[in-house]
Design a protein around this ligand. Sequence first.
Ligand SMILES: Cc1ncc(COP(=O)(O)O)c(C=O)c1O
Length: 317
Amino acid sequence: MTDQAFAYFEGKIVPLSEAKVSVVTHAFNYGTGCFEGIRGYWNAEEEQVYLFRLAEHFDRLRNSAKILRMTIRESTEELCRIACDLVRRDGFREDCYVRPIVYLRDEKVGVRLHGLTSAITMFVVPFGPYIDVDAGTRCVVSSWRRVDDNVAPARAKVTGIYINSALAKTEAEEGGYDEAIMLTHDGHVSEGSAENIFLLRQGTLITPPASDNILEGITRGTVMQLAQEALHLPVVERSIDRSELYVADEVFLCGTGAQVSPVVEIDRRAVGSGRVGEVTKQLQRTYFDVVRGRDARYRQWCTPAYVATGTPAAVRA
Ligand SMILES: Cc1ncc(COP(=O)(O)O)c(C=O)c1O
């Protein structure tokens, strides 16, 4: 990337150093914001950055905003154009991560959602692996339960809700593990601190349903589709008990940050043989080809940032 980074802020592109909010801002005080994380993959042969499932991320952002009674003035097509524009202006020739945030901008003290104004900002940062994708991670079932949808909307990617993830992640890392797996209040497996979870049992991929307080992950949806279409694996959405984690043949976490990340140990019990499983490896290979724009069958999921003008070629899959 070049020395100067830019941001979309108050309706225009400005140097990142000028994109600032006051300490009185509602979102800063109360966590009243929602956001997305979108990976940009550098494809060296094509000298292109591909933004993965860009429109779907902005669709989810709009849903998160709706739940929080916030509005996004810009259309999804405009937001896609802005994201591509930022990647180009920043000059990324490496993997990167687009972060749009919708937030309550009012400089007012008082907890509520109504009668306030929302704004959207966006910036891009360089981004490598978030957690290990090669050797496999060691997980622990967290003492923190995943936020219940009746406490705070689990399917919305709300800034304030990430305190739940941060508590679990810090507890896991300080306890000597790589990642936390959180349970629902009734004790079913929900998800990782920033990832959805899949188990392989007897040739079937199993993942918790949306109603088990998960964030409805875009990578989760991608993995489900790839598993069925490209690997011809059956996929089942159903509640998972804690002890099923211990007897699964394979387990992996997935998310925009985590990508497809194998789990080799949970609560000091080896997952399967304790090595990265074959199905997980196959899914990883397929996923990494797809996200870098190397699989023609799924090219519509990859929006090229380096197209000079107009609507990005693949706005919506
Ligand atoms: C709590 C949580 N669950 C799941 C995910 C995976 O979602 P996605 O695949 O859309 O990135 C994320 C990451 O955004 C997350 O933060």
